[in-house]
Design a protein around this ligand. Structure first.
Ligand code: AMP
Length: 596
């Protein structure tokens, strides 16, 4: 008898699980299955994707389903179409030996008539995304009066994605007598509110620690300067020749740019983001699932619902704003009890973001060193040797040539021959990494001091200590107005009634624009490009150049402004020679430039 029989599941289901290779229930399955089969209590489960939660709620529902009735008895709500399809497919696999079970999956962006026809044939289990489910209820095509189970899968994601109203509408038309099963990786206030409103005395179960990251995932970080972020990503890919990873970026723009750079640099990568059509996204996801792609560069939103096992790494190219999103990202590796690595590439400024994540996942990040050329070459060399060992030799094809080949190589010793064969492929790598620089450490602060004029544009701002300005508030003001938090900020000098700051000169033009209507505590802000006075002292006498192009003296009064975005034409007086060109990639530093 299998361990699944012991949980109360019938033989047809157990046979299907055996076919799927499920040998024993996962912890969440061990807890949820008997609970749902034997009691009618609502259930609140802390479970991330990868813990086996789909089987945890589907199997007991299948066990208890009334097969004599064609009415819809279970509605399973999931945040994305991909996840809904995945759940639908899983349930079909689980019930393949059961007769008379109909599962219909409904989601937006697909033909509604076909879904309606499916429902009309009688679907005891409906899996749906909230929007399409509401639509079908309104059209009176989906009737929920006989519902016995409502499953809210990835409840936190559904709320994050703004489905609260849809969930309310759906839950309100379900009968009072039912079992509500809520699965969520995290329990922020909004999820608890749903639980309070719609569940009665739920039993709580957990696949692990509350809000914890997946168990076998180790969390590592690499501290580098902004300009070394992309080269670090490349080195991580190079040192892991069998990498199968999702690289998370924060914006679509960054996603496109990182993916384009990786592709240009010869990596087997592609991008997944919201600017792609659904069909394009499906193609990319399928390629990735089939392992035809090794690296998928994605935004958080686009990667939702992408269900892939066996990821070797999750790489946070940039950490997410919310610690909670980190748990979603890292939970994509280390699935079904496997080991995984979640990596954060960070700069000094981002170091503070690690702590809230550590308290959320209950684990510490381990500092790692960006691999150097020697280490990478070694890894690649042995990968090559492995390839040689494993290569399939097609005797029929190669035999006719062997005699000639042996004749040509007869004077070369065995050892020498191995060296030469290996070198054919390896030389390129060796020469690429020869003398590769050490990418470790964010020394950008030091570099800024050394080379301020070269990398940064210096600005005057009409606010100082008297106005309550301090470095933190100034950085906040810059980020808020630039609407970016990844622009490098150089030296900051807060004086009594005005201040100076430097930012990456590539963003100087954007800063000019961004501060045009800026306010600080109700006061209009004036920000102008200014020179750095020779010898360091006497900031007040620093010669400034207004955004409008006209020189003026310091003092912070009203300024002359030329209209139009391209107003600033003058060469930056900070000496950086800013010519007005914008970087295309939307991320500072990290440019593909053959950098090792
Ligand atoms: P889920 O958390 O439902 O997305 O499941 C994650 C992965 O684990 C899926 O690929 C499932 O097929 C697999 N899985 C679920 N339960 C088991 C089990 N008891 N034994 C082995 N694999 C499982």
């Amino acid at each position: 008898m299998s361990l699944f029989n012991e949980l109360g599941l019938r033989q047809e289901i157990v046979n299907a699980l055996t076919d799927l290779g499920y040998e024993k229930p996962t912890p969440i399955q061990q807890q949820a299955i008997p609970q749902i089969i034997n009691a009618s209590n609502d259930l609140k489960a802390f479970a991330q994707t990868g813990t086996g939660k789909t089987a945890a709620f589907s199997l007991p529902i299948l066990e208890k389903l009334d097969l004599e009735s064609k009415a819809t008895q279970a509605i399973i709500l999931s945040p994305t179409r991909e996840l809904a399809i995945q759940i639908g497919k899983n349930i079909e696999d689980f019930c393949k030996y059961m007769k008379r079970v109909n599962v219909v999956t409904v989601y937006g962006g697909a033909n509604i008539d076909e879904q309606i026809r499916g429902l009309k044939r009688g679907a005891q289990i409906v899996v749906g995304t909230p929007g399409r489910t509401v639509d079908l209820i309104k059209r009176k095509q989906l009737k929920l009066k006989d519902i016995k189970w409502v499953v809210l899968d990835e409840a936190d994601e559904m709320l994050n994605m703004g489905f609260k109203d849809d969930l309310d509408q759906i839950l309100e038309v379900t009968p009072k007598e039912k079992q509500t099963l809520l699965f969520s990786a995290t329990f922020p206030r909004e999820v608890d509110a749903i639980a309070k409103n719609y569940m009665t005395k739920p039993v709580e179960i957990s696949a692990g620690k509350k809000n914890a990251g997946a168990d076998k995932v180790s969390h590592e970080y690499y501290l580098v300067s902004e300009k070394n972020r992309y080269p670090t990503l490349k080195r991580l890919a190079d040192v892991n020749p069998n990498i199968y990873a999702i690289v998370f970026c924060r914006t679509r723009r960054e996603t496109k740019s990182v993916a384009a750079n990786l592709i240009d640099d010869g990596y087997n990568a592609d991008a997944l983001h919201g600017d792609l059509s659904q069909a394009q996204r499906d193609i990319v996801m399928e390629k990735f699932r089939a392992k035809h792609l090794q690296i998928l560069v994605a935004t958080d939103v686009a990667a939702r619902g992408l269900d892939v096992d066996d990821l070797t790494h999750v790489i946070n190219y940039k950490l997410p704003d919310q610690a909670e999103n980190y748990t979603h990202r890292s939970g994509r590796t280390g699935r079904a009890g496997k080991e995984g690595i979640s990596i954060a590439i960070i700069t000094n400024r981002e170091k503070n973001s690690l702590r809230p994540i550590e308290s959320k996942i209950g684990k510490k990040f381990i500092a790692q060193q960006v691999p150097g050329g020697k280490e990478i070459c070694e890894k690649q060399l042995f990968k090559l040797i492995e390839k040689v060992k494993d290569v399939e030799v097609n005797e029929d094809q190669i035999n006719p040539y062997l005699e000639g080949i042996y004749a040509q190589l007869k004077d070369i010793e065995h050892d020498e021959l191995i060296k030469r064969f290996v070198s054919i492929e390896f030389n390129q790598f060796l020469s690429y990494y020869q003398g590769a620089e050490d990418l470790n450490g964010d020394d950008s602060r030091e570099r800024r001091t050394r080379s301020t004029d070269e990398n940064f544009t210096r600005f005057y701002i009409n606010l100082g200590k008297m106005d309550g300005l301090n470095p933190a508030r100034l950085i906040g003001l810059i980020n808020e107005n630039l609407k970016k938090s990844d622009v490098e900020i150089g030296q900051i000098e807060i004086l009594k009634s005005f201040s100076f700051f430097e930012i990456d000169k590539a963003f100087a033009e954007q800063a000019v624009e961004a501060f045009q209507h800026a306010e600080f505590e109700g006061r209009s802000v004036i920000v102008e490009v200014t020179t750095k006075p020779k010898g360091g002292g006497g900031r007040r006498s620093g010669k400034k150049r207004s955004f409008g192009g006209g020189d003026r003296n310091s003092g912070g009064g009203g300024r002359e402004r030329r209209s139009g975005s391209g107003g600033y034409k003058g060469k930056s007086s900070s000496g950086g020679g800013y010519k007005g060109g914008k970087k295309s990639g939307g991320f500072s530093g990290a440019k593909r430039s053959g950098k090792r």
